[in-house]
Design a protein around this ligand. Structure first.
Ligand code: NAD
Ligand code: TDX
Length: 337
């Protein structure tokens, strides 16, 4: 099988490529990535010489480049996106362009080249926000209610993917996953930001009261879920992919990280809240478990500790990433914290 992976130089995309080459060495992978601030080919150093792997630097909004990359492709796995909520609040237009228009270009070319499968990576954020006291979880039948430019643009892309299935017969699947964590995550996201700030002896900015809840999924579990969907998923279906945490709030997450690194809670700094901050995400992953036999395997506490170790042992990786662009973004977002 020949796969086109978009956004393969980002956090989940690069973990997916490393996973796929290890588990399906007979397959060929073309990684198509624009290399925005979030794309980093260092993540793929260990496979760059593999004869079944190639890289194309390109923009999913560019029909000519996508047309060429799509030649002889059997399956598309679409990760490429602008992915950070805070940046979407600063500059929504990049999000609409890449996440909505870029996805539409990919879909057009997938129809043209008659690809056998188009798997779209989406997020639980399209469903909106749960209250802390809610007992219901998000599932595949939950109505869409995106509340940030990021989640609205992802919702737009999900709708387009389904529309190309019904209108043009493109074989598609979608996964809506919860918050991922693990190696190679860009340190603008909460967990790697907290870990690397502590390693630099800097404060950890916690938004609002810190009592916001996320469902944490170890990135390798996500990669295995995508593999399962590509092998066994049904055409046109959506699958929710969540982790093993039960309502851990951001403060508890930070305290766990501080504890692993032997640091004091006085490193926490409460900062101005994110506008429109979603209070809680929690995902019901029983459909993919019952229909396809996938379930998460990585316990949060154990794999948080391993993730902290990874950042401790790969300081060059994140110190290179916390560069000029990052410093400008950080100052704008957090001021002097
Ligand atoms: P990321 O920001 O780490 O990586 C995004 C990648 O896409 C980068 O390599 C970037 O260079 C590339 N890219 C951006 N714009 C592009 C364009 N126009 N053309 C080609 N490439 C482009 O993101 P991530 O955290 O790895 O997320 C990957 C996907 O998973 C996204 O679609 C995101 O919405 C989704 N998702 C992420 C999470 C999470 O917790 N990180 C959870 C659920 C879903
Ligand atoms: O500095 C911070 N302080 C803070 O309190 C940052 C960056 C975040 N937070 C809070 C906001 C959230 O409640 O931590 C929580 C997690 O924040 P992010 O890492 O920004 O993730 P989130 O907004 O939940 O979205 C993530 O999960 C779903 C990804 O960024 C998306 O790409 C994915 O779709």
């Amino acid at each position: 099988m020949k796969l086109l992976v978009t956004g393969g130089a980002g956090f989940i995309g690069s973990n997916f490529i490393l996973y796929w080459i290890k588990n399906h060495p007979e397959d060929t992978i073309v990684n198509f990535d624009k290399l925005t601030y979030a794309g980093n080919l260092e993540n793929l150093k260990s496979v760059e010489k593999n004869k079944n792997y190639s890289f194309i630097q390109g923009d999913i909004c560019d029909p000519k480049a996508v047309d060429k990359a799509m030649e002889n492709i059997n399956a598309v796995v679409h990760f490429a996106a602008e992915s950070h909520v805070d940046r979407s609040i600063i500059n929504p237009s990049d999000f609409v362009e890449t996440n909505v228009l870029g996805t539409q270009v990919l879909l057009d070319m997938a129809v043209k080249h008659k690809v056998e499968k188009f798997h779209h990576i989406s997020t639980d954020e399209v469903f909106g926000s749960l209250k802390l006291e809610d007992t219901n979880l998000f599932n595949e039948r939950t109505n869409y209610n995106p509340r940030s430019p990021y989640s609205a643009s992802k919702a737009g892309s999900d709708h387009l993917v389904r529309a190309y299935n019904t209108t043009y017969g493109l074989p598609i699947t979608i996964s809506n996953s919860s918050n991922n964590f693990g190696p190679y995550q860009f340190p603008e996201k909460f967990i790697p930001l907290a870990i690397t700030n502590i390693l630099e002896n800097k404060k950890i900015p916690v938004y609002g009261d810190g009592l916001y809840v996320r469902d944490w999924l170890y990135v390798e579990d996500h990669c295995r879920a995508i593999d399962t969907i590509l092998q066994k998923g049904k055409n046109g279906e959506t699958y929710c992919v969540g982790g093993l945490t039960e309502d851990i709030n951001n403060l508890e997450v930070v305290k766990k990280i501080l504890n692993i690194l032997g640091k004091h809670e006085n490193m926490i700094e409460y900062v101005k809240d994110r506008p429109g901050h979603d209070r809680r995400y929690s995902l019901d992953w029983s459909k993919i478990k019952n229909e396809l036999g996938w379930k998460p395997m990585h316990d949060f506490d154990e794999w948080l500790e391993k993730t902290v170790d990874w950042y401790k042992n790969n300081q060059d990786w994140w110190k290179n990433v916390k560069n000029g662009e990052y410093k400008r973004y950080y100052k704008r977002q957090y001021g002097s914290v």
